[in-house]
Design a protein around this ligand. Structure first.
Ligand code: GLY
Length: 353
């Protein structure tokens, strides 16, 4: 285990039991959604310490990441007589860990929680680093707090049942971690055979990827500075995600991030001399594995509007995290409207639109 409480499990049952015992809870609650309740909870059924755990099941999907669901979790904790010494275990993807983490952090002013992420995206990103939230007023992650889980247990065995789209969605955040860390990590990720997954190698890549995030979060838990490195690809990525949603063709978060990386690497190349050959290599990988998000120049104004309203901005100035080179960060960068439009032209050309 390391400073941020992440455990890469060798023996899940014993790592989990130890993690729970260290919390000395008076009651245990386990939160799942309808999917993880069916697919993942059965894998934990032989763990003795869970015998008396109370189960809370919520609807699956981002549509349920709302105040009503949050309230149902608070209600279950309250009805069950949970105290400040009770422990909530969040078993699921980012929706469960975000909402569960927020429920725990606010119930009786905060009870401890353990995350057991079951998707690649949650393992390498959502479940690590203490960001908790629900959606509100039509806005993603509008209400939440920074409050880390006491432990995050990573068991890549859960990934064996993950579908290809969710695999690639998580892998995009790993690519981002490669780009903000070093060439060795990035090149390993680009060389990974995504057609026949080697789970032992994937486990090593996940461990490395998580450690990139943890090193950053430990330095800057509240995103005042260096944690902004984790926003690489996200300014344009969030705009793609919002456009896709508004056009009734939603895309997975990691896909939007991958396409956002294409644009933000181009901005890095133009504004910060990021090496062109590396940009081309990453774009090639993204093109081959993620396909292309299609839009026309008629959508530029809307995309630009989404970027102007990104919650990472200050005083309406679009904020990008860019790179001089792999691992060489340029935080708090901006770009003119004409450069952003040029970037969208570049995206469409290089992705074959
Ligand atoms: N998902 C980026 C962060 O945790 O800061």
């Amino acid at each position: 285990m390391n400073e941020a409480g992440v455990i890469i499990c060798q023996d899940f049952q014993s790592d989990f039991t130890q993690a729970v015992m260290q919390c000395e809870p008076d009651q245990l609650y386990i939160l799942t959604d309808e999917t993880t309740n069916e697919l993942c909870l059965p894998l934990l059924k032989s763990i003795g310490i869970l015998a008396d755990a109370r189960h809370i099941v919520i609807g699956a999907g981002d549509i349920h990441k709302n105040l009503d669901t949050l309230s149902s979790v608070w209600q279950a904790l309250s009805d069950g007589g949970a105290s400040r010494h009770s422990l909530l275990i969040c078993l699921g993807g980012g929706m469960v860990t975000d909402l569960g983490g927020f429920a725990a952090s606010t119930f009786k002013r905060g009870i401890p929680y353990i995350n057991i992420p079951t998707t690649l995206l949650a393992m390498v990103d959502a479940a690590v680093g203490g960001k908790t939230a629900i959606n509100f007023n039509g806005l993603k992650n509008e209400i939440g707090v920074f409050q880390p889980a006491v432990k995050v247990l990573l068991d890549t065995e859960f990934l064996r049942t993950l579908d290809a789209h969710n695999f690639f969605s998580g892998y995009a955040e790993m690519l981002k971690h490669g780009l903000i860390s070093d060439y060795t990590t990035l090149n390993e990720l680009l060389a990974f055979d995504t057609t026949v997954i080697d789970y032992a190698l994937l486990k090593q890549l996940v461990a490395r990827s998580v450690s990139v995030k943890e090193d950053i979060v430990v330095q800057d838990p509240h995103e005042k500075g260096i944690r902004k490195a984790l926003n690489l690809g996200h300014t344009v990525g969030h705009a793609f995600e919002s456009l896709a949603l508004s056009q009734n063709r939603p895309v997975l978060h990691g896909y939007a991030v991958a396409w956002g990386l294409v644009c933000e690497l181009y901005l890095s190349y133009v504004s910060c001399q990021f090496p062109k050959d590396v940009m081309r290599k990453v774009i090639h990988f993204i093109h081959d594995n993620y396909g292309c998000f299609a839009f026309t120049c008629d959508d530029y104004e809307t995309l630009y509007g989404y970027m102007k309203h990104d919650k990472k901005n200050t005083s309406g100035i679009i904020n990008f995290t860019l790179l001089n080179d792999v691992g060489e960060l340029r935080l708090n960068q901006t770009a003119t409207q004409s450069l952003i439009y040029e970037t969208l032209d570049f995206y469409r050309e290089s992705m074959g639109l």
